[in-house]
Design a protein around this ligand. Sequence first.
Ligand code: CP
Length: 315
Amino acid sequence: MQYLKCRIYNMNLMKNKSLVSITDYSKDDYLRILALAEEFENRPDPAVFKDKVVATLFFEPSTRTRLSFESAVLKMGGRIIGFSDSSSSSVTKGETLYDTIKIVSNYCDLIVMRHPLEGAARFASELTSVPVINAGDGANQHPTQTLLDLYSILKTQGTLDNLTIFMVGDLKYGRTVHSLLMAMSQFQTTFHFVSPDELKMPEEYKYYLNCLGLKYTEQKDFNSNIASADIIYMTRVQKERFSDPIEYERTKNAYVLKNKMLDGTKENMKVLHPLPRVNEIDQDVDLNPKAYYFTQALNGVYVRQAIIASILGLK
Ligand code: CP
């Protein structure tokens, strides 16, 4: 991608560095990862992770994140240990996260962890000298999702600068939109937040944008006014984050994107979604060339290969 050319990348800056929050990395770090992801996509190298063992510890369900991490490692000659369900681990016997991390770090070169508690990945990263990658901690952050989102945006738009992004749905509990906002704020983005009152973007993120002097709007209406979008980033209303089931029932069908709604949107516009979707994108959108969410999930393999290779100092 032309945008990534003519930049000098020093991958050593990321060696042994945990990735817990997207703010652990600088703008230059993001671009280094994207350049390496492009290299891996164009020229796969089956031996880069030879003799490396990656532990995937998933205390919360996942399809894309876990399997794309595992695919990323296996396709490059590495090995995987771990669990996809903590009920198959000694957590069920009362073992603490502290002890689990202490033990697993003896068995691997890198830990990828998803946990329902915000801050769990930071806690784990402070316990061990083995680098930790946060694969999602509660409603807090999902930094590897953000890096694959950046890669998807760059591949489809040819630039990361001066874009207009509509974030739609659960902006309160959605860790993917929180991380994406922090990253895209480095690229002079204009944000439009579309959500019901109950699921508005938390104040701290709007404060962050205010401090940077970036523009954003908030609206409840999603049927009009998307003509300026370069990216529409749909999100699921996450049942598992609600303590009040009535609030979930009230908001779960707040927005459903239908193919007809894409009439009049910009030629370059793409619909992204971290997935899984429930019913917030109608299946009639899938065949529209502006639907990009399945390729976005594929991009996760290259980007996660790039993240692991950088952290392990292999590239
Ligand atoms: N996007 C994402 O985090 O999907 P999974 O929950 O399936 O990993």
